[in-house]
Ligand binder design. Structure first.
Ligand code: PMV
Length: 328
């Protein structure tokens, strides 16, 4: 018989969507309305550590409110019948709750560690993803390396809502420079913001009708290793998502003055021939992608910008493990 583990530890990377998920078809199961396309990162990661709690209560050491994580724990307990009180710690190697996808990496790491602790590593990645998804939809993409497609699926139970690696990172290596303009937790969480957009924004439906064309363009750009085509569609898709937010009632605006400065800097760099593009999630920080050989010049341009507090450096991960082989 397999021995029940006394402790478990797992880590997972953050991921950044190039074609965004911004709306749910089922809020209970946390199923997306449309598919999304992302890259998983190498250094920006979360690590979940689990051990048996010393008393009868669960103990959480986690940034912010453990609501999302509790949903993941609950489904893992229901699936395994293991109800031991647990002490759970989740640590991020980067600022939490600031639109840097810390909930995606945290929930992916938690689900992986729960698979070890409660299911003796029996689950497939697809099954682990159904646990992680309940905490953060986009965490499903953090369970796969490289360029990842998360298919929205059509089944009511979410059985065909699965992610997979479409291309390995080596197919089209990308470096990432994050312009951190504010690292404080965001004013409104993504679930509440998505719901407000669905209820009030005239652009919500349009964004989702456009999704298949955006996905096709982005995945073909990667297939053809066409950086400038990927740049154009990624920026357009990001701007469309923020336009939904800006036209919601009341409007949702995650941007700060430094956000605008970074957008303008990236646009100018590209006009002058430097291959780079930006994307921004539910937060003010600007993620700038470029081929690795241009990371130095992009870094130099971004670090001097007004409103940029500091930069974070990363790259698309070739594997899901920390310190994966550097790309050449
Ligand atoms: O998975 P959530 O609830 O954290 O939502 C993620 C939403 C965006 O980051 C804005 C877009 C995306 O596809 O990652």
């Amino acid at each position: 018989m397999t021995k029940t583990p006394q402790q478990a530890r797992a880590s997972a990377p953050s991921n950044i969507a190039l074609v965004k998920y911004w709306g749910k078809r089922d809020t209970q199961r946390n199923l997306p309305l449309t598919s999304s396309f992302s890259v998983s990162l190498s250094h920006m990661r979360s690590t979940a550590t689990i051990q048996e709690a010393p008393g009868p209560q669960d103990l959480w050491h986690i940034h912010g409110n453990p609501n999302k994580a509790e949903r993941v724990l609950q489904v893992a307990r229901e699936a395994t019948g293991d109800h031991r009180p647990l002490e759970i710690t989740i640590e991020n190697s980067f600022p939490s709750g600031a639109g840097l996808a810390s909930s995606a990496s945290s929930m992916a790491a938690l689900a992986l560690a729960l698979n070890t602790m409660l299911a003796q590593d029996r689950l497939s990645t697809e099954e682990i993803a159904t646990w992680a998804r309940l905490g953060s939809g986009s965490s499903v993409r953090s369970l796969y390396p490289g360029y990842v497609l998360w298919d929205a699926g059509t089944q009511a139970d979410g059985s065909d809502c699965i992610a997979r690696t479409l291309y390995p990172a080596q197919h089209m290596p990308l470096a990432l420079v994050v312009c951190v303009v504010d690292d404080q937790p965001k004013p409104i969480g993504s679930t509440a913001a998505m719901e407000r957009c669905r209820e009030t924004s005239p652009l919500y439906e349009r964004f989702h009708t456009q999704n298949p064309a955006d996905l096709k363009q982005a995945t073909e750009a990667v297939k053809e290793q066409d950086f400038f085509a990927l740049a154009e569609i990624s920026e357009a898709n990001c701007q469309a998502m923020h336009a939904i937010m800006h036209t919601a009632q009341p409007p949702i605006n995650y941007f700060k003055p430094g956000t605008k400065a970074a957008i303008e800097c990236v646009q100018k760099l590209r006009q002058n021939g430097t291959p780079c593009f930006f994307t921004i999630d539910a937060g003010p920080n600007v993620k700038v992608f470029c081929p690795p050989e241009h990371a130095q010049s992009v870094t130099e341009a971004c670090e001097a910008l007004p409103g940029v507090l500091y930069l974070l450096q990363d790259r698309v991960a070739t594997s899901l493990h920390e310190d994966d082989a550097p790309q050449t």
